[in-house]
Design a binder for this molecule. Structure first.
Ligand SMILES: *[C@@H]1O[C@H](CO)[C@@H](O)[C@H](O)[C@H]1NC(C)=O
Ligand SMILES: *[C@@H]1O[C@H](CO)[C@@H](O)[C@H](O)[C@H]1NC(C)=O
Ligand SMILES: *[C@@H]1O[C@H](CO)[C@@H](O)[C@H](O)[C@H]1NC(C)=O
Ligand SMILES: *[C@@H]1O[C@H](CO)[C@@H](O)[C@H](O)[C@H]1NC(C)=O
Length: 434
């Protein structure tokens, strides 16, 4: 398999028993249940000229670099500290905490594109609400003043460290509006265990719905609504945004988000359709996870989809072939440069959410969002067998299936939204999906 990340951050388990010092947090992986949605009074950060936070309408836009294949990851440049220094972060809707590989000093760090982050001396107290949101609910001891955290990611990687507050600026130079430099809590990670998929990055930009998430923090400071979204282009790159100023609400398909799940999981289950016809695969629980490069279906749904794609190719100029990069590939009789040159031979699939409590909503995945042109020039499935990857019966919608869609995680109203979009251009106007 290639350089994909398996649900990098889909299934974050807080492992607080890692706290090295005298802390006696239990190793339970229980989560805080409900999240406090109360908005703090508006406290705009101190205005500084170094600040490059870009607000379009009431949104912040951050360009993304990377692609599903061959890079297998995305990164966003964020400026942190005083004076601000650049860091390449892995944007992840599957986890909450933003952290940097940190010189505290570092016990174990993976290779970084920039020098290690020198931690700010503004430590977050262990009684701070953001610290508490990262700890298991059975908080036994608060002997430690410093807020320690440990996060275990689904792909086997992990980080541990402590929380500091520092100034965060986003790299967006064409900003004409006012400049803002909010102080946010972030992790100084001094002990990382890499997963087999860890790209070379300085840290993770946590975009989940928990209180420690960057968008929750910006929102509680009154800077943007608690909404995060992304638009990944089939041509590579794309953008990330915070706030609700970029899209036309009525053009988006909305689906309620589960309150119970700590992750971005739509309420109810979905049924898998291929080429407009039911596949018999129902009751699929889905998680939307930008930290996962590919989409993963549980074994039966994967089998249903891959067998239909194979059937569809009977009599067409393709033969199944082994490719070192992905498990299911075909060689086309004619060589081609762009996946779009062959997508006419393939059919879309769709995930349809049950009618029931709200109107039917469909997440359609056209061939260019589930097929990949490998380095060898083959066509490969970008949907993988999640059971094989150790995800059990979870179904992860990864980057590959979110290409050329605006995907919106509205934490303020607990809705997930999506709409087809050309993600190759940064939005300039207010209602981008207009
Ligand atoms: C856990 O933290 C809460 C505050 O978030 C506090 O009220 C409670 O007493 C703590 N529990 C224990 C056992 O210390
Ligand atoms: C991150 O993006 C920068 C461009 O801003 C690029 O130079 C760098 O190679 C990227 N790193 C990774 C790991 O993709
Ligand atoms: C998916 O993976 C599981 C576990 O490795 C395996 O039993 C099953 O046969 C695989 N399904 C397909 C269609 O390859
Ligand atoms: C939003 O979309 C609706 C329906 O497509 C359209 O009627 C309306 O004019 C749009 N609003 C804006 C501000 O673009």
């Amino acid at each position: 398999m290639g350089k994909e990340k398996v649900g990098l951050v889909a299934l974050v388990i807080i492992v607080s028993s890692w706290c090295v010092t005298s802390s006696s947090y239990s190793s339970s992986s229980s989560f805080r249940g409900d999240l406090s949605r109360g908005k703090a009074p508006s406290t705009f950060g101190s205005v500084s000229s170094s600040l490059v936070l870009n607000r379009v309408g009431s949104s912040v836009v951050l360009p993304l670099h990377g692609n599903v294949y061959p890079t297998g990851s995305y990164n966003v440049t964020v400026y942190i500290g005083q004076p601000p220094k650049p860091y390449f972060l892995d944007p992840d809707t599957g986890s909450d905490l933003t952290w940097l590989q940190c010189n505290a000093p570092c016990v174990r760090c993976t290779p970084t594109p920039h020098p290690l982050y020198p931690p700010s001396d503004d430590l977050v107290d262990s009684s701070d609400q953001i610290c508490r949101s990262l700890q298991p609910s059975n908080n036994k001891s608060d002997r430690l003043k410093r807020c320690s955290y440990g996060i275990q990611y689904a792909d086997g990687g992990s980080t541990r460290g402590f929380l500091v507050k520092d100034v965060i600026d986003f790299d967006f130079k064409s900003n004409r509006g006012g400049v803002l430099s909010p102080r946010v809590a972030l992790g100084c990670g001094y002990d990382q265990i890499p997963s087999p998929y860890t790209p070379c990055f300085d840290g993770v930009l946590g975009l989940g719905k928990g209180e420690s998430s960057i968008v929750s923090q910006l929102s509680s400071q009154g800077l943007v609504a608690n909404v995060v979204g992304h638009c990944l282009s089939t041509r590579g790159g794309g953008f990330l945004f915070f706030g609700d100023g970029l899209y036309n609400f009525s053009r988006i398909t909305w689906r309620p988000l589960s309150y119970k799940s700590k992750r971005y999981s739509p309420v109810g289950t979905a049924e898998l359709f291929f080429a407009g016809k039911p596949t018999g695969q129902k009751n699929l629980k889905l998680l939307f996870d930008s930290g996962s490069t590919y989409t993963y279906f549980s074994s039966k749904a994967y089998e249903a989809l891959s067998s239909r794609v194979k059937n569809e190719l009977i009599g067409k100029p393709f033969t199944e072939i082994r490719d070192p990069d992905l498990p299911l590939c075909w060689k086309c009789r004619k060589s081609f440069k762009d996946i779009r040159d062959v997508t006419k031979y393939f059919k879309p699939f769709a995930l349809t959410f049950n009618r029931g409590e709200s109107t039917e909503s469909q997440f359609e995945v056209p061939p260019e969002s589930y097929l990949i042109r490998s380095v060898m020039g083959n066509v490969c499935m970008g949907v993988l067998n999640g059971t094989q990857a150790g995800l059990k019966d979870r179904n992860l919608i990864g980057d590959t299936s979110m290409l050329d869609k605006m995907v919106i995680y509205d934490n303020a109203n607990h809705f997930l939204g999506w709409a087809s979009e050309d993600c190759s251009q940064l939005p300039k106007s207010r209602a981008f999906a207009a």
